[in-house]
Design a protein around this ligand. Structure first.
Ligand SMILES: Cc1cc2nc3c(=O)[nH]c(=O)nc-3n(C[C@H](O)[C@H](O)[C@H](O)COP(=O)(O)O)c2cc1C
Length: 199
């Protein structure tokens, strides 16, 4: 399987980096071809310029590579912290520029863009790994856990990825090394069960 891992966190010493490294290591041990994009390390430019918006618009070769890798992925892993109930801006920019019409979704013939798009991604399963500093009950009750809808409904379901397995590890700021080790083990199991060894 081709597994695409996308990480959005600016600090290489962060727990998010440890989670992404665990996801990459797990998928590789299972024999998958893994592409990792550490968006901050790559200085990914998240700003979608006007000429790039239209379906079929010419895009730069480095961005085309991102789109090709997403289109070729049999599985996708997204790793990021909860920032204001959203992914970090660099990752929403990755969605804007890479999860493009014609790559990830399309409208039916004759649809002016107001209808329900058809998902184009070949990936059947996605794993979303989040961290936060809000206890789960407060996240749901007070904030409504917006990341759940963003990833499951707004992004992956729309693009045809129906099996989305999401975890939030929280509260990170007060967690002990033992707790983090257990979370890393949980992430390893999550990735293994989502993308088992093929053949
Ligand atoms: C700009 C910013 C916004 C944040 N917003 C939230 C938030 O809305 N809810 C929350 O629980 N934590 C929030 N946090 C805390 C991060 O989620 C937390 O630091 C991170 O998940 C811890 O993982 P790390 O050690 O890998 O950074 C925010 C942190 C930053 C820097």
């Amino acid at each position: 399987m081709n597994v695409l891992v996308v990480l959005a966190h600016p600090d290489p010493a962060s727990f998010n980096h440890a989670l992404a490294a665990t996801a990459v290591d797990t998928a590789r041990r299972l024999g998958h071809r893994v592409v990792l994009h550490d968006l901050h390390a790559e200085s990914f430019d998240p700003i979608l310029p006007a000429p790039e918006i239209a379906k079929g618009a010419p895009i730069e070769p480095w961005l085309e590579r991102h789109c090709d890798e997403l289109a070729a992925a049999d599985g996708v892993v997204i790793v990021h912290p909860n920032w204001w109930g959203q992914p970090p801006a660099i990752l929403t920019g990755w969605i804007d520029r890479v999860v493009r019409p014609g790559v990830a979704y399309a409208f039916e013939e004759g649809d002016g863009g107001e209808g329900v798009p058809v998902g184009l991604l070949r990936a059947r399963t996605a794993v979303v790994i989040n961290t936060s500093n809000t206890p789960a009950a407060r996240e749901r009750k007070v904030f409504g856990d917006p990341l759940e809808a963003i990833w499951k409904r707004c992004v992956f379901d729309l693009c045809g990825v129906k099996d989305v397995r999401r975890r939030t590890y929280s509260v990170v700021v007060t967690s002990t090394p033992e707790q983090r080790a257990r979370w890393l083990e949980d992430a390893r199991e999550l990735v293994s069960s989502a993308f088992p060894r093929s053949g």
